[in-house]
Design a protein around this ligand. Structure first.
Ligand code: HEM
Length: 509
């Protein structure tokens, strides 16, 4: 009997260890936020969270208030839902709340990329240099040129005056993706076949890339949650190999007009001794980050404008005025010349319409790792203890974007919501009489704020500018409803629709 005792004790210790790993013993401690572990050990609430993040968090907020901790797939995550308190997360030092830890895990899971210690910092330096301010001018010109070329190539020959029918989501995403890719990752060099053949190779190559990208795009939420079936795992593997090869450094050396953002990043990686296999994988991450959101956003933007004639009229008037100021006539083929800069700096009504569009259709979950035990101070003075090893998350879509206390009639697209009567950008918003600093957060905030946001705004402006300058556009069914948001993508940036919407367009001239 005596020899059984140590075995039984070891088994009991093992069982306790396992149960504790499954979160069974976790209890709320004094000063901690309300704790809701869910009924399933380890999984906790992951199923309803994944089914519809927005509805799940709404229900939890109703039950627990503005801060609560839930168990999701082995992690305890505290959600802070009070937008007035976001500053204490966004501005908290990296030694308490860290963004990189989670981001590195995600890129390892989804892209098989193992990050360098200072990757984030290196990218930030280059993004500040090449995706903002003066550094953006060259890239914007290139983007505008590619957008126009692709738009014209889509219409084809001899089709002037004829209506073309297309799916708005496919059309917009395809254009933004391909033009963005060519502007950032470069174009084929002209060989003995001449310039025309290089241009055609870019048109065909970027189309194929988009087709494959959409397949990965559809798998992305499944891969991020690591819930892919063996078949999906194999498909993702095949697709990754395709992108790693197509974006490989070897192939990059054969391209020209690569943007300095990409080119310098590649040189940096060489200097840090990163091997080409990892560099190829990193290039796919940059393609993903730069092209996965702008296309879907452009779809919603054009759809909202088409559904709101007063908004379309106001934006069209602004676009036409800009064209006239450049010495040209609206409704004629445009010499783009210095228009790239004018589009970037002008068009405040369109700026507001874009902010409004992003408010309604961009819904990232922003995550930080709690590096050491700390107290989180809320705007109303309450303080909550956070445990080391947990995560802290914000979901600004529910807390701020569609909060009726901040944005009246939050479900309605109001193109001038972010515009002051004098035409300047409106930045003053209130909740219960208090000024809200975080009233619209499509780009995230703080250390992890999207470094491509100025370029992305510009891409969206160029898209609308060209569509309205070049074409008459209308919905095939004028009574078309705005499609629902695809619930599976809550938390992943720009949302996608559950179905396609048909539209038609023809040259204005
Ligand atoms: C409408 C378009 C876009 C939206 C809504 C968007 C939104 C976001 C969001 C929410 C994040 C994560 C923030 C966080 O986790 O805290 C992010 C990260 C990022 N975005 Fe964007 N983005 C857009 C376009 C772009 C473009 C055009 C580029 C590049 C040219 C870009 C490059 C990046 C990169 C590199 C990161 C990762 C930053 C890091 O790890 O520190 N994005 N973006």
């Amino acid at each position: 009997m005596s020899y059984l005792l140590p075995i039984l004790l070891s088994l009991a210790a093992l069982a306790i260890g396992l149960l504790s790993l499954l979160g069974v013993f976790r209890k709320r401690r004094p000063n901690e936020p309300p704790l809701d572990m869910g009924t399933l050990p380890w999984l906790g609430h992951v199923l309803p969270f994944r089914r519809n993040t927005n509805e799940f968090l709404r229900a939890m907020q109703k039950k627990h208030g503005d801060i609560f901790t839930v168990q999701l797939g082995g992690h305890c995550i505290t959600f802070l839902m009070d937008p007035l308190s976001f500053g204490s997360v966004v501005k908290e030092s990296k030694t308490n709340l860290d963004f990189e830890h989670f981001a590195k895990q995600l890129v390892a899971t989804v892209f098989n990329y193992h990050a360098l210690e200072n990757d984030n910092q290196l990218l930030k330096i280059l993004s500040n240099k090449h995706l903002m301010g003066d550094g953006l001018t060259g890239l914007s010109k290139s983007m505008l040129k590619h957008l126009q070329n692709l738009m014209l190539s889509k219409v084809g020959q001899g089709a002037q005056g004829e209506w073309q029918v297309a799916g708005l989501f496919e059309y917009s995403y395809n254009l933004l993706f391909r033009a963005g890719y060519l502007a950032l990752f470069g174009v084929e060099a002209t060989d003995e076949q001449g310039e025309q053949s290089a241009k055609e190779a870019d048109i065909i190559g970027s189309e194929e890339l988009f087709t494959q990208f959409r397949k990965y795009d559809q798998l992305f939420p499944i891969l991020a949650y690591s819930i892919e079936s063996p078949k999906q795992w194999l498909q993702a593997k095949r697709l990754k190999s395709f992108f790693w090869d197509l974006l490989s450094i070897k192939k990059m050396y054969t391209k020209v007009n690569i943007s300095p953002w990409i080119e310098e990043r590649q040189r940096q990686m060489d200097e840090y001794g990163v091997d080409h296999i990892m560099q190829n994988r990193y290039m796919f991450i940059l393609l993903w980050a730069s092209q996965g959101n702008t296309g879907p956003s452009s779809f919603w933007l054009l759809l909202f404008l088409l559904k709101h004639p007063e908004a379309l009229r106001a934006v069209r008037a602004e676009v036409d005025q800009l064209v006239r100021e450049s010495g040209q006539e609206p409704g004629t083929e445009l010499n783009l010349g210095k228009l790239a800069k004018d589009i970037q700096l002008g068009l405040p009504t369109l700026d507001s319409a874009i902010d409004e569009n992003l408010r309604l259709t961009t819904a990232p979950v922003l995550i930080r790792s709690v590096v050491k035990a700390m107290m989180l101070k809320m705007a109303d003075g309450r303080e909550y203890a956070l445990r080391k090893g947990d995560r802290l998350a914000l979901f600004p879509y529910l807390s701020a974007h569609i909060n009726p206390e901040i944005h009246p009639e939050p479900g309605t697209f109001r193109y001038d919501r972010f515009l002051n009567p004098d035409g300047t950008k409106k930045t003053l918003f209130y909740k219960g009489g208090q000024k809200v600093n975080y009233y619209n957060m499509p780009w995230g905030s703080g250390v992890s704020m999207c470094p491509g946001r100025f370029f992305a705004m510009n891409e969206l402006k160029q898209f609308i500018f060209l569509m309205l300058s070049l074409f008459d556009i209308e919905l095939v069914n004028p009574d078309e409803e705005i499609p629902e948001i695809d619930c599976k993508r809550w938390g992943f940036g720009a949302m996608q629709p559950t179905r396609e919407v048909q539209f038609r367009y023809r040259f204005r001239f």
